[in-house]
Design a protein around this ligand. Structure first.
Ligand SMILES: [Zn+2]
Length: 329
């Protein structure tokens, strides 16, 4: 019998160091965090980001062991190579792993050019390993960041505009369609990129995408309020018009799944540079409220059916994580 009281979260950051800060949560924290909601958290998709000094294989091994010891449910792994070559990464790939690449974050050392993304597709063509892509066109981000200095939290919206996401999504979709290579676009925040994805899916069904509750529930005005630095995440919240369209697209089944992009920092780390927003670590929590926030806003108001929510938070995530035979779905 399917266990409908479970939800899965395909996009979770735990147990890593990001941008010089340790994430607030490790595997051991998840059961406690998610025990409070009516639904229980099942499988999660966790990122393993290669560090500039270190190697992906060793880090993956260490995180696998910690997950085995401290997390009681299944884990799917998104491996994010930085300097490792495809030859080094391919032996690590299996049924419960895929690859994550970034079209931005040059300073953090995570950036891949579109040509590099294409080379990964070529290298993975035999295995058809899905590639997750954080889509923001780095040249566009650089251009707008130069134009808008980061003085207040809301400047984040100007420095990383929807246009950056749209441009990168367009390029990555072109590659996915022409190479017929599975691609998953993470944290879609712009309705226009969602429409591009919808169109590309009709040409190649190996494309999937996600959005997160914060792009459906919050708009950029949140970043003009008190303690706005606590809401800094990337991509930033968008204009109200875009937020409204995102909800309509969700109702139209454009998004395969909902994920939290849970990326929590301690209050001390988030608050330390609140007067210098560029230094504030980007990311917000959400794994514990992923199901309940959508149910209490969209389902209870009649905008979304419970079946649609169940599909985006349980059935499709389980498929994407190849867990149909391993979990009571
Ligand atoms: Zn993320």
């Amino acid at each position: 019998m399917p266990n409908r009281n479970v939800y899965h979260d395909f996009h979770v950051h735990v147990g890593e160091r990001i941008g010089g800060y340790n994430l607030r949560d490790d595997f051991a924290d998840l059961n406690r965090l998610c025990g409070q909601s009516g639904r229980s958290l099942g499988a999660i998709g966790v990122f393993v980001t290669e560090e500039s000094r270190g190697n992906l294989k060793d880090k993956y091994q260490r995180m696998l062991e910690r997950a085995r010891e401290d997390y009681s449910q299944e884990v799917f792994w998104h491996l994010s190579p930085v300097q490792s070559s495809p030859d080094e990464v391919i032996p690590l790939l299996g049924k419960h792993t895929d690859i994550k690449l970034y079209s931005t974050y040059r300073n953090a050392g995570l950036y891949s050019s579109y040509e590099q993304i294409e080379r990964w597709m070529d290298a993975l063509a035999g295995k058809k390993t899905r590639i997750l892509v954080h889509c923001e066109d780095d040249a566009t981000v650089e251009e707008y960041s130069a134009r808008y200095p980061f003085k207040r939290p809301h400047d984040h919206c100007l420095r990383r505009p929807e246009l950056a996401e749209i441009r990168a999504v367009e390029r990555v979709l072109d590659l996915a369609v022409s190479k017929q290579h599975p691609v998953h676009i993470v944290h879609v925040s712009s309705p226009q990129s969602a429409l591009l994805i919808k169109e590309a899916k009709s040409q190649y069904p190996g494309i999937s995408c996600e959005t997160a509750p914060h792009y459906l529930l919050f708009n950029e005005d949140q970043l003009k309020q008190k303690n706005a630095h606590q809401f800094l995440c990337t991509p930033p919240f968008r204009k109200e018009e875009s937020r409204g369209m995102m909800v309509e697209l969700l109702q139209d089944n454009v998004f395969d799944i909902l994920t939290s992009d849970h990326c929590a920092f301690t209050d001390a780390d988030k608050d330390r540079y609140k007067d210098d927003p560029e230094q504030v670590p980007c990311g917000i929590p959400g794994i514990n409220t992923l199901y309940s926030s959508m149910e209490s806003t969209l389902v209870n108001s009649g905008k979304l059916s419970l079946e649609a929510l169940d599909r985006m938070l349980r059935i499709i995530p389980a498929k994407l994580m190849n867990l149909e035979d391993r979990i009571d779905q």
